[in-house]
Design a protein around this ligand. Structure first.
Ligand SMILES: C[S@@+](CC[C@H](N)C(=O)[O-])C[C@H]1O[C@@H](n2cnc3c(N)ncnc32)[C@H](O)[C@@H]1O
Ligand SMILES: [Zn+2]
Length: 333
């Protein structure tokens, strides 16, 4: 099953009512069991292993502060060990709770519920941002990349996976006239509501516009075919995939592409502090055990059992703003 098939059946969408509101739509995983419905025992061990091989090669060997953007239930936690501090950010509180249960509550790892279009962090505060299987839910790519460039420090690394529309199966289907959309057309293709495949050249152009330069490319999941997955053991197929991944430097014809980008940006060093108000941009925020408080706009962002909740400001706060009221746009279906 393609990644979108499962999502279509299981996810709710936060509709932006685009005529009235410019807010991008959000693919809402709250309450879904992404781990057991998509990964565990679902025949995707090969993809999981192949992605880990790519990350092992692309992520810096060590670092000070890592942001896993759209971290879900913390599937890729093995890479957190390389960093002094780690922030898992996701829109879904229920997935973050699962991550918390898996990884524990300690000072090194923070769990942050927020919308990635309004990151609740001060500028230049991370030296690495990783983002795997998330870009395909991004409706406004330049807006998201602008936020990543803002919170990443100069000289930092952005390791990004995106779903490519220009893969061999799509090309064959198109040439045999079994598919109407062209894998060569640079515009993103929304194959299921809020699930986008991107042309690699289009994505690299957006990355350049946001100030990134692509340093390394790896193509992943060369053998994502049910027959091959049935015939060969997943670790074996993943190892073969790992050998093929470096060809991504020359051509990209797989359904998944990983890139490691540097950032062209003035300034240097990691910023102090961590949070800024996602509604008004003020920093620093005042942190207590129960909440993070913004002195500029008066919002209180609750801290619930170790989970920072920047999705909705605390109950009783009648000063809701665009970052705090995303829930109002949910279709719930
Ligand atoms: C397919 S899952 C990938 C999770 C994880 N990166 C992995 O590879 O296992 C996509 C994740 O993106 C998150 N997401 C989608 N839209 C978001 C938004 N606007 N802000 C923050 N997270 C978002 C979802 O909640 C979900 O956990
Ligand atoms: Zn504020």
């Amino acid at each position: 099953m393609a990644r979108g098939d499962w999502q279509e059946q299981n996810l709710k969408f936060s509709l932006s009512e685009s005529n009235m509101r410019p807010e991008p739509r959000i693919c809402d995983y709250e309450g879904t069991d992404y781990r057991t419905d998509f990964w565990e025992g679902r025949g995707r061990e090969y993809e999981d292993l192949a992605e880990r091989i790519a990350l092992r090669r692309l992520l810096p060997a060590s670092g000070r502060r890592l942001l896993d953007l759209g971290a879900g239930f913390g599937r890729l936690a093995e890479f957190y060990d390389r960093y002094d501090e780690v922030v898992l950010l996701d829109y879904s509180r229920s997935l973050l709770r699962q991550a918390q249960d898996r990884l524990g509550r300690n000072g090194r790892i923070r769990y942050v519920a927020a919308n990635f279009y309004r990151l609740p962090f001060v500028d230049s505060v991370f030296d690495t941002v990783m983002m795997v299987r998330v870009m395909h839910h991004v409706e406004q790519v330049p807006a998201l990349l602008g936020e990543v460039a803002r919170v990443l420090a100069q000289g930092g690394a952005y390791v990004l996976e995106f779903a490519s529309k220009r893969h061999l199966k799509a090309i064959l289907r198109y040439l045999l006239r079994r598919q109407r959309w062209s894998p060569f057309d640079p515009t993103p293709y929304e194959f299921v509501a809020m699930n986008f495949d991107f042309h690699p050249a289009w994505m690299e152009e957006r990355l350049r516009e946001a100030g990134f330069h692509v340093k390394h490319r790896r193509t992943v999941s060369h053998f994502r075919l049910p027959l091959l997955k049935r015939l060969f053991p997943a670790p074996w197929l993943a190892r073969l995939d790992g050998l093929c991944q470096p060809t991504g430097a020359w051509w990209q014809l797989t359904p998944s592409v990983f890139v490691c980008c540097g950032l062209d940006k003035p300034g240097g060093g990691l910023a102090d502090g961590l949070f800024r108000c996602p509604a008004c941009g003020h920093a620093p925020l005042h942190e207590s055990v129960e909440a993070v408080h913004c002195a500029a706009c008066g919002r209180r962002w609750p801290v619930e059992d170790g989970l920072y909740n920047f999705v909705a400001s605390a109950a009783g706060d009648d000063r809701q703003g665009s970052a705090g009221d995303q829930g109002r746009f949910r279709s719930g279906s």
